[in-house]
Structures are given as structure tokens and as C-alpha cells.
Design a protein around this ligand. Structure first.
Ligand code: ATP
Ligand code: MG
Ligand code: MG
Ligand code: MG
Length: 470
């Protein structure tokens, strides 16, 4: 059985043999796009190459790219621990053609890799194409010999990719693996497609048009290819397990969490161990790439991820800080492929430990308050927004932590009430500031912070759409 580390190299070796340059993963903080929160796909580091703004000395590339999807449009945070296929941190394997080969070669390369090199059985594979993309449909038939009923035409934006409102865009084609009847879920395009039976493993994007601001679309003279395959998902398939968390790498982390807390990895704490394993990866990789926990921007997302993991550690019954003790297990699994983890080991360990130590007390008190508030709730009643806000404001509970804590009890949070309480507090703070006759520089600073904060938030959301990617 191939390990995740071997499956990663098989991918890059295969594409190097097919004339691609093996380009290293770019950092999680995108260098060429300050408005995008985190690198969330392989194509992010090549954006300017696709638009022609930047030239490289190669026209074919292959990468294993570190990705984080926690926040913005591509937010998989709430899925983690509860689906078999989502992480906040994952690796995206990708091959890229910058105006070189197009659809036929892309499909052929992908099909040969998964069926010959990886040896996946053809009868378990399904593909989707954009509903008007007859060319891709015909190619799948010809190259893969798939029957019509396993080449599904999808009319939604799931199968049409655009870099933004303007710029390169085009149809995409997704490859699914059928994990078989023991698991809930229908084939792509069916009403229960969102289950975990048919899992999307690879997305091929055919960038063949250029969208103009006036809404018109022209054919690109030299169309390009951008693909993304989830390493953890394809590894689950190759290792004969259904769940990403049962692959060698993820399992080692789940077991490290279970060992450190002397608990059962698959018992009642199963979801918590998964959240911890996943969040350990995203937190550690973010810290290694220079993000530090804070109350704003990227640091705030990191803090939310860390605190959420800490609540799960608490839930398992960990009395002492846990996350920092798992760093050696992570480095054992991923240090070879990502030496930045080894270089940053001390920083990762200290940052996790400090945050855990600081948050521990308020976490306990906040959870107590939450329990009391829940006890007062009537059947089907959501947690009042002002309680969620108090947890946030006084106890440092990110809203998603509160929501995650209430999820097993089927209790929602009144998020509108939360927003109102937040807005109210901001207005009060502003009034107090003005009234206190503080030095005017403070006021200017406060206004600026408000402004910058708002701009950053907006920019982030719109540009997430831009890098919506494969
Ligand atoms: P899904 O529909 O399952 O959420 P997606 O269409 O959002 O996936 P893409 O944006 O097409 O995913 O990303 C390319 C590939 O990256 C996917 O085919 C999948 O294998 C992998 N992938 C995407 N999101 C995640 C995630 N949160 N965790 C693990 N792998 C992921
Ligand atoms: Mg998704
Ligand atoms: Mg999808
Ligand atoms: Mg996709």
C-alpha cells in the first residue's frame, strides 16, 4: 500500500515525465494577492501567468500545493470532523498548462494517471462536464471509454470556473470515485449528491474564454489548463478506506491525539480527534508561514481554528494543553515534504502552548456560562444573540466555536442577535471614545482601524470569489 508521501511523489514524478516543471508549493499567505486571505488552490501562485501578466520559462507545471479553506466563500471549517472528505488544511495536487496543451491532453493525462499509474478501477469512476461542453463529453467517451450515463452534464457554476468578473474562465470537468453502497449519497447531479458515497477527487478546469466587463466572451487564442486533486481524498481511495481521516497520515495524527489523552480514537470522541488532527495541521502550517494569532485578519482566522481545537481537547477531557504536544507527530508525518515545519518547530510549539494556556481559563468559564444558558432554553429555541456575544466579548469564544459546541445538541445560535449586539457595542465604544476627550490622534487611529478593517473584509470576500478556483 502506498503512503500519502509516496502518492504525492507519484503525482509529481508522473507529470515531470510528461514534460512539466515541478514547482514547489507557494506559502499559505499569497505573495501576489494581498486581498486573498489564504492560498486555497494550486492555481493561486500562477494567477498572473494565466492572465499573461507574468512570464515563466516553462509552459507546463505540476505542484503539490498547501491550501487552507477556512473563511470567505471557500469555508470548509464547519464540515471538518463531520464529513469524510473536508479539511481546513489539505494538499492540492495540480498540473497546469500555460497556453500549451488543452482539453484532450489534460483528460488523457488525468485518465492515465488515475487508471494506470494509480490503478483505480474504471467502473468506479464517474465524471461531470459543463452541460454545453460537448467537446469534453466526446473526449471522455473517446479517451476513457466511459458510458454516457457516467458522463454527467451539470448546468451549475460548479462546472464553470471564472477567475473573477473579468478575465480567464471556462468549463470544468470533475472526476468522482464511487465508494460503494455502504455510504449515503447519490451520484453527481442527483438530489442527494452531497453525501459521501461519490467523492469528487479531481477537478479539471479548461480556461478557454476571456470574459470582458461588458459581458461579452471571446475565445482565448491559447487556452490553458488548471487542475486540482485533493491528495487526502485520492489517498483514501488508494488505501482502500472511505474516509480521509483513515489514511496513514491523518490516522497517525488522530492516534497521536487519542494516545496523548488516553482515549479511544473511534469512540464518542471520534469527531473531536478529527477536528484536532485537522486543526493541528492548519494551525502549524499557518504559523510556519508567518501567521500569528491575533484579533484581525489572517491571525484571527488562525486564532479561531486554534480555539476551536482547544474546545475539542477540553471535551475529550485533556486537562493540560494538548495541541503543542502533537507537533512532533505532525513533523514526523510531514516534515520531510515540508521542511518549513521543522524550521519553525519551536515557534509552532510555543505559539500553540501560549495560546492554549491563556485561553484555558476563560474557556472553562465560558463553557459553564454556555451550559447554564442552554439549560434555560425552551425546546427548539436558539441561543440568544446577546449570550453568544457575551461569550465572544468576555470569554474570547469565536462565534463558530459556540455554534460548534451547540451542534451535537441541535441548538442554533441567533446570529442576527449576535450581529446586533456587536454593532451596539461598537457604537457604544465609539461614543465613549468621543466623550472621553481622548487625544485626537487616538480618534484618528480608531477611525482608521475601522476603515481598514472594513476594507480588508470586503476585499477578502470579493477576491475569494476570484480565486474560487478549480
Ligand atoms: P467539494 O465539492 O467536495 O467541496 P470543491 O469542488 O469545492 O470540492 P475544488 O475547488 O474543485 O473542490 O478543489 C479541487 C480538489 O481539491 C477537489 O476535487 C478535492 O479533491 C480537493 N478539496 C477541495 N476542498 C477540500 C477540502 N476542504 N478538504 C480536502 N480536499 C479538498
Ligand atoms: Mg467545496
Ligand atoms: Mg465540487
Ligand atoms: Mg470542484
Amino acid at each position: 500500500m502506498k503512503s500519502i508521501n509516496e502518492i504525492r511523489s507519484t503525482f509529481t514524478d508522473y507529470f515531470v515525465k510528461a514534460g512539466h516543471r515541478h514547482v514547489p508549493s507557494s506559502p499559505l499567505v499569497p505573495a501576489n494577492d494581498p486581498t486573498l486571505m489564504f492560498t486555497n488552490a494550486g492555481m493561486v501562485q500562477f494567477k498572473d501567468v494565466f492572465t499573461g501578466k507574468e512570464k515563466r520559462d516553462y509552459v507546463r507545471a505540476a505542484t503539490a500545493q498547501k491550501c487552507v479553506r477556512a473563511g470567505g466563500k471557500h469555508n470548509d471549517l464547519d464540515n471538518v470532523g463531520y464529513t469524510a472528505r473536508h479539511h481546513t488544511f489539505f494538499e492540492m495536487l495540480g498540473n497546469f498548462s500555460f497556453g500549451d496543451y488543452f482539453k484532450d491532453t489534460a483528460i488523457e493525462l488525468a485518465w492515465n494517471l488515475i487508471t494506470r499509474e494509480y490503478g483505480l478501477p474504471k467502473d468506479k469512476l464517474w465524471v461531470t462536464v459543463y452541460h454545453t461542453d460537448d467537446e469534453a463529453h466526446a473526449l471522455w467517451k473517446k479517451i476513457a471509454g466511459l458510458p454516457d450515463e457516467r458522463i454527467i452534464r451539470i448546468p451549475t457554476s460548479d462546472n464553470f470556473w471564472a477567475m473573477g468578473d473579468t478575465g480567464p474562465c471556462g468549463p470544468c470537468s470533475e472526476i468522482f470515485f464511487d465508494h460503494g453502497p455502504g455510504v449515503f449519497g447519490g451520484p453527481p447531479g442527483s438530489p442527494d449528491a452531497d453525501g459521501d458515497r461519490y467523492i469528487e477527487i479531481w477537478n479539471l478546469v479548461f480556461m478557454q474564454y476571456e470574459q470582458s466587463a461588458d459581458g461579452s466572451r471571446i475565445n482565448l487564442p491559447k487556452p490553458s489548463i488548471d487542475t486540482g486533486m485533493g491528495l487526502e481524498r485520492v489517498s483514501a481511495v488508494l488505501q482502500g478506506v472511505h474516509d480521509n481521516y483513515d489514511t496513514d497520515l491523518m490516522k497517525a495524527l488522530v492516534f497521536a491525539s487519542a494516545d496523548a489523552t488516553a482515549t479511544d480514537p473511534y469512540g464518542i470522541h471520534k469527531a473531536s480527534h478529527r477536528v484536532i488532527a485537522d486543526h493541528l495541521r492548519s494551525s502549524s502550517f499557518l504559523i510556519a508561514d508567518g501567521v500569528m494569532p491575533s484579533n484581525e485578519g489572517r491571525g484571527n482566522v488562525l486564532r479561531r481554528i486554534m480555539r476551536r481545537a482547544m474546545r475539542h481537547a477540553q471535551l475529550i477531557g485533556a486537562r493540560d494543553p494538548l495541541m503543542y504536544r502533537l507537533v512532533p507527530a505532525l513533523i514526523g508525518q510531514m516534515g520531510m515534504a515540508y521542511p518549513e515545519l521543522i524550521r519553525a518547530e519551536a515557534l509552532i510549539t510555543e505559539t500553540l502552548k501560549l495560546e492554549e494556556t491563556r485561553f484555558k481559563q476563560t474557556l472553562e468559564r465560558g463553557l459553564k456560562l454556555l451550559d447554564e444558558a442552554v439549560a434555560d432554553l425552551g425546546e427548539g429555541q436558539p441561543l440568544p444573540g446577546d449570550v453568544a456575544f457575551k461569550l465572544y466579548d468576555t470569554y474570547g469564544f469565536p462565534l463558530d466555536l459556540t455554534q460548534d459546541a451547540l451542534r451535537p445538541r441541535n441548538i442554533a445560535v441567533d446570529t442576527e442577535g449576535f450581529d446586533t449586539a456587536m454593532a451596539h457595542q461598537k457604537a457604544e465604544a465609539r461614543k465613549a471614545w468621543v466623550g472621553s476627550g481622548e487625544a485626537s490622534t487616538d480618534l484618528v487611529w480608531y477611525e482608521l482601524k475601522e476603515e481598514v478593517g472594513a476594507t480588508e473584509f470586503l476585499g477578502y470576500d470579493t477576491n475569494e470569489a476570484e480565486a474560487r478556483v478549480v
